[in-house]
Write a protein of this length. Structure first.
Length: 108
């Protein structure tokens, strides 16, 4: 997969894949990610792997404001945006703060 998507920082674990993409604007980020998603779809098809757009989501990390104009698509289905993501047991929010993760750990 890394050969098919050389512009992405890819992290694979079991049956999960995470792609980290940087952009200077929402327009650039949207363009880069949608092109990447097209490459991923083609790669999965060529390797007889299923995709699950309904289980696929994205987060935007950083300390700048978002206009909400980012629309990402996998196999023609718009992906859901989430404010926080569970990455290998760590709950990470868009602002890269640990509040949600610490609250979850405290409750356990």
């Amino acid at each position: 997969m890394e050969n098919a998507c050389p512009d992405a920082n890819i992290k694979l674990f079991a049956d999960d894949a995470n792609f980290f993409i940087e952009g200077d604007s929402e327009f650039e980020l949207t363009d880069k990610v949608n092109k990447l998603l097209d490459k991923i779809s083609l790669w999965c098809t060529a390797n007889k792997l299923n995709r699950s757009p309904d289980k696929t989501c994205y987060s935007i990390f950083g300390n700048y404001s978002h206009t909400g104009n980012i629309k990402l698509f996998l196999d023609g289905q718009e992906l859901a945006k989430t404010e926080r993501v569970n990455y290998l047991g760590l709950l990470i929010d868009e602002e890269l703060k640990w509040t949600d993760h610490m609250n979850t750990c405290t409750i356990r």
